[in-house]
Design a protein around this ligand. Structure first.
Ligand code: ING
Length: 311
């Protein structure tokens, strides 16, 4: 019996600073309606889906950035999205900036089941960029200023009849992200991203390189852990700053099943048979048979690179 999950990768085009939550929620609902019409039962939106990518803006007073964060989920602005999802029987995942009652700031994503209940939360572990204003860069990338590293690890949940995990943006570049979920049997990783199309420290590295590294990272993670990966962009030019597109779905063999070729709002709907993950998990990436953990110690013993073990 195939275990088909018909997933919609719901890309958002640019969100300008001036756009309201209501504007964005309206766009997200339109994408959900389109996804439903195309047979999707699980919709995945980008990282920080409710706002512009505000970590590009420096603010001395961090509290002045709190208006980009959500104190409650859902609240009056986001409730219409949850209501529409429940009405359509649509499961969903999206990213947002989370401000906890204790005053902690995270780059967060959630899984919401078909009855509109939040059943899982993930907080971005790998925060790129820097804490302080860096005048040497062509643009700022201040995630380390505005967010704490995630404190929930990389869990995998029983969701939509399979084993589903979450990651966020820069997480997709780190093999540890996928392997920790792979060691829980993950069958589908869903992640959103906001990727500036120019490297702020290497002007020669532009859109083509960014898309190459994006695809390379996601395809490798999928193949090496025999899992589907759904990667969803916030794309286009936000207040003069360009973000890559590259919304795509990768199968457990690392093959790209589909990719959006534009930078606007749009959905890519793919029927994923989670049983297609079995072959890889039972042969080449049968971790129990093949891994040799006695040789992997440095991976958790060292944070940064250190002295070589040989001479
Ligand atoms: N954005 C970028 C990303 O990892 C980045 C930051 C781009 C880091 C390219 C390194 C290289 O896709 C976020 N939001 O993590």
């Amino acid at each position: 019996m195939p275990r088909i999950v018909t997933v919609a990768a719901a890309q958002l085009g640019p969100i300008q600073k001036a756009e309201s939550r209501a504007d964005v929620i309206g766009r997200m609902i339109a994408l959900m309606n389109e996804a439903h019409g195309k047979g999707a039962t699980f919709i995945v939106y980008p990282e920080l889906a409710l706002t512009t990518f505000f970590p590009r803006w420096y603010e001395e007073d961090r509290a002045a950035m709190d208006h980009w964060f959500e104190r409650a989920m859902p609240d009056s602005a986001t409730q219409p999205l949850f209501d529409r999802a429940k009405a359509l029987g649509m499961a969903m995942s999206f990213g947002y900036a989370e401000l906890t009652p204790e005053g902690r700031h995270f780059n967060t994503s959630i899984l919401v089941n078909r009855t509109g209940e939040i059943v899982a939360k993930y907080r971005k572990v790998h925060l790129p960029g820097h804490v302080d204003y860096d005048g040497t860069r062509s643009h700022q990338h201040l995630e380390k200023r505005y967010f704490e590293p995630g404190d929930l690890g990389f869990p995998v949940w029983n969701f939509e009849g399979g084993l589903v995990g979450m990651a966020i943006c820069n997480d997709r570049r780190w093999p540890e992200t996928y392997r920790v979920m792979g060691l829980q049997g993950v069958e589908m990783v869903v992640l959103g991203f906001n990727t500036p199309s120019v490297n702020s420290q290497r002007s020669g590295e532009g859109l083509a390189d960014r898309l190459f590294h994006h695809r390379l990272s996601v395809q490798a993670g999928a193949y090496q852990n025999s899992t589907f990966v759904v990667a969803v962009a916030k794309a286009g030019t936000e207040d003069g700053h360009h973000l890559t597109g590259g919304t795509l779905v990768v199968d457990p063999n690392g093959k790209i099943l589909g990719e959006l070729d534009h930078e606007n709002d749009g959905v890519l709907v793919v029927a994923c048979d989670l049983d297609d993950t079995r072959f890889g998990k039972e042969t080449i990436f049968d971790f129990a048979r093949h891994r040799r953990v006695e040789h992997y110690g440095l991976i958790t013993e060292r944070t940064g690179a250190g002295a070589p073990l040989g001479r």
